[in-house]
Structure formats: C-alpha cells, structure tokens
Design a protein around this ligand. Structure first.
Ligand code: PHE
Length: 343
C-alpha cells in the first residue's frame, strides 16, 4: 500500500514537472501516451493495485482516483492552453491583407445568347420600348387561337410542340406575348419580349427544338407599315453596322396582315454572296407585319381607332451572325472552351 502511494506520488510529481516544459500540442500528445496510454506510466502504477489485499483496495481506489483526477485536470488545462496558443499563432500567421490586389481570375463569362438578347433589347430600349416577359408553358388560346390559329388550322402543323394537356403547351413562338400585353395594357404600347420557345424539330447545325425569339409590338393611333420598316432598318444598322440593309419579302402569318419576312444583308460578305448566306447576299432574321385587326379586337382594342405592327426576331441566328458562330449546337453544349471566348 505504501509502495503504491509512493509510486503514485512519484509518477505525479514527474508528470507535473514534465507538463510545465510543454510547448506544443504534439508534446502534449506524447505526454498523454507516456502517462495515460495503454502502456503508460500511470496505467502501469494502477496495474500494481492487483497485488493489494482486498481490504486495502477501497482506500487505494480512492487515492488512485484522486491522483488521476488531479493529473487529468492539469492535463486538460495544459491541452486547452496549447490549443488556444496555437490557434492564436495561426491566426496571426494567416492574417489576410484585404488591401492587396487580387489574382482571382475564375469569373465566368456571359452566354452569347444572353449577350445578343441584351444587345437587341438595348437598341429597342433606346427607341422607347419597354421589356416584357411571359410564361414558356402557355395556353393554346394565347399561343394559337387568339392569334387566329384555331384548332385544326393547317399552319399549326409547322409548329408542333409538347402539349401538357389539350389547352396547355410549350409555346412555339413569343407571339402569345402580343395577346398578354394587349389584354393588360391599353395603347400606346411599345414593347419587346425576349424568351425561349419550343418546336418539334431535329437538332442539327441550324435547327434546335428549343430556341429564343424576341417579340416586338407597337400599337397606337396611326401606326403604319412605314413605321415598321423604319424601326427595323434602324435596328439592323445599330446591330450590324450602318451599311446593313433590310429586304422585305411578302409572307403569311395568320396574326398579321400584311405579313413579311425580313432579310438583312449578309454580315459576312455585305451582300456579294458567300458561304454564310449561301451565295444569296441576304439572311432571313425575322418575321413581321401589321397586327391583324381581329387580333386587336380579340384583346378589346378598337381596330378602327388603333393599328399596330409586330415582329419576331430569331435570337440564335442573330447571335450566330453577330459573333461568327457557325453551328447552333455550340450554343447549348456548355463547353467552357467555347464560352470563354465571349469574355
Ligand atoms: N411568331 C412568328 C414566328 O415565330 C414571327 C412573327 C412575329 C411574325 C410577329 C409576325 C409578327 O414565325
């Protein structure tokens, strides 16, 4: 019993003098192993209890527990002191000078389609238009019926799409925005509406089942075809340069009368004919026309008092021309090597 007391005290004294010398968490860890580990010194002393007589054990147990508790307390204090000291050091060492110039270069770039949309919308903003947006999941009524494309109309065949149910579909054009705007706003109206549209189509270098359009709509008293032509001329020159001309070809859309398809002089060759315009000198960029009186009436606007024009610009085509992109698929593949070029 007195042997046990003696070796306990010796162990404790030695431990206490050693722990005073400690300067790091690594030291404290080796001290832990040296004393409290499986083969540690304190553990060894405790093992010696096995040889005590049974009546000595309760007292010895109490003594051992006291010493151990004391040692563990000192240990815990020193351990947390070390931790605090080391983290204070670390903070000091890793202090960040927020005034240093950054070397960060990981910022992404804007997508060419968004760049084209913004560029086009900016031009129209400058002409006093506002910007509207509407749902891609659209009522059949807005996408077709109120635009004079009743169910079963043959012109629907070229715009097949995904139907959510009989009356709701993925919009095939941004033209339903004409209806939405006119239902909610009375003339004068001057608005452009960019957005995604969907059509049953096979993906190739020039076609995609999902693409973008920008719808334009102007309704007021005395709006004429001349206003439409003038606005589009201005738009073409602002986007592709002063030399750009537009050409109108008669066309048919059920919701405009008269209707036209609008070509721009080729942005690559300027009109002489090249591989981009397939020798034509012209590239088709949009559809347009005077808003059909019935469409105005469908939205509660008096067609005797008001008239208007509308146009739909193909964004992909314009972006491809503007930035020299020769395959539409590049726009959807999210290849950073491609996207990085638009920084
Ligand atoms: N919505 C037509 C299309 O997608 C384009 C268009 C818009 C034509 C506005 C006339 C007026 O083909």
């Amino acid at each position: 019993m007195s042997d046990l007391r003696e070796s306990l005290n010796k162990t404790r004294e030695e431990f206490e003098s050693k722990i005073k010398e400690i300067t790091s968490s690594a030291d404290i860890e080796s001290l832990r192993v040296e004393y409290f580990g499986k083969k540690g010194k304190l553990t060894g002393v405790l093992r010696g209890m096995g040889s005590l007589k049974p009546e000595e054990r309760p007292e010895a147990g109490k003594m051992v527990n006291e010493v151990r508790a004391k040692m563990e307390e000192v240990f815990a204090q020193t351990q947390s002191k070390m931790k605090a000291m080391e983290s204070a050091h670390k903070l000091k060492r890793e202090v960040i000078d927020v005034t240093l110039p950054t070397s960060f270069s990981g910022a992404g770039s804007r997508h060419p389609l968004n760049m084209a949309i913004d560029e086009i919308c900016d031009i129209f903003l400058g002409l006093g238009y506002s910007i509207g947006e509407g749902p891609e999941v659209e009522y059949d009524k807005y996408n077709f019926e109120l635009l004079r494309l009743p169910k079963g109309h043959p012109a629907r065949d070229t715009q097949d799409t995904f139907y959510i149910n009989e009356n709701i579909l993925l919009r095939t054009q941004t033209s339903p925005m004409q209806i939405r705007i006119m239902e909610n706003q009375k003339p004068p109206i001057k608005v452009v509406c960019p957005g995604k549209v969907y059509r049953q189509d096979t993906l190739d270098a020039t076609h995609s089942p999902v693409f973008h359009q920008i719808e334009g709509l102007v309704v007021d008293k005395g709006v004429t075809m001349g206003d439409l032509v003038g606005s589009l001329q201005l738009f073409a020159k602002k986007l592709f340069g002063e030399k750009t001309e537009i050409r109108l070809r008669p066309h048919h859309f059920p919701f405009t009368e008269p209707s036209v398809e609008v070509d721009l002089t080729c942005w690559k060759c300027g009109g002489c004919g090249c591989n981009v315009c397939k020798g034509e000198g012209w590239i088709e960029v949009l559809g347009a026309g005077m808003v059909h009186p019935e469409v105005l009436e469908n939205c509660g606007i008096d067609s005797n008092e008001y008239s208007g024009f509308a146009f739909g610009i193909g964004v992909e085509r314009t972006a491809m021309g503007r930035y020299g992109i020769d395959d539409i698929r590049l726009l959807y593949e999210n290849d950073v090597r491609f996207l990085k070029q638009f920084k």
